[in-house]
Design a binder for this molecule. Sequence first.
Ligand code: NAP
Length: 249
Amino acid sequence: MPHVLLLGGTTEASMLARLLADRGISATLSYAGRTTLPAAQPIPVRIGGFGGVDGLVDYLRTHRITHLVDATHPFAAQMSVHAIAAAQCSGIAHVALTRPAWQAEEGDRWTHVADIDAAVAALEGPARRVMLALGRMHVERFMVQPQHHYLLRFVDRPEAVPGLPNHELVIDRGPFTVEGDVRLMRDHGIDLVLCKNAGGTGAAAKLTAARQLGRQVLMIDRPSLPERATLYRAEDVLAWIDHAMARGV
Ligand code: NAP
């Protein structure tokens, strides 16, 4: 019988958790534990890091995991690299469930940067009003560009006030709408949106809003990862599990 470890922290992981529960497939959903938990999940949940590749290998063995599904965020590169290595080492089936990256469309004013360091460097220059749509993880990195006014949007209220000298904080879990994000950008006089190429529909509203308002976007491209099997729909993961079982994997 399959026993799936589902690495989560995304909407896709929650969707797959629901499908696995409906199909009666034994599975555990794993969270890093960075945010307060969203809605209750229909499968058992574990929280916290595994302790690197060795810890994950150990977890896979102890819990007799047969299938590892990496549905972490496209920017959770360390976890994804660990998952590839641990699955290889344990000889278990492994697949990534992710979303296609966003592509610029007619009317978009995007500049691409490779990573957070490059994004910080690109902000060198006169003061601007920047929507820093990165979640709370990298905010402090922007302290070296204190001349800008930053609009921050977090899922949860942080325990400590962000250190950026000149910022406003909005707490909102979404879902976000184009109308809402147009209003937000207008209300805050935003002239630049800085974000990661997360892909998916949930966070795309800000890009459409920026296009409609003719605002610039500084787009952080996805980290590159070693080759891995990748699927884009939760339903396809069920088919992959069936297929792997049929092959005796
Ligand atoms: P990361 O840099 O790739 O991972 C750092 C460490 O956190 C991993 O080595 C692992 O610790 C632990 N970890 C990450 N995801 C885990 C999971 N699902 N279950 C158990 N442990 C996990 O990850 P991150 O960028 O900090 O993201 C953390 C979580 O937030 C991920 O689950 C991701 O899906 C979610 N998330 C990330 C972003 C983003 O922009 N990065 C955005 C939205 C949601 P050990 O080495 O100890 O195992």
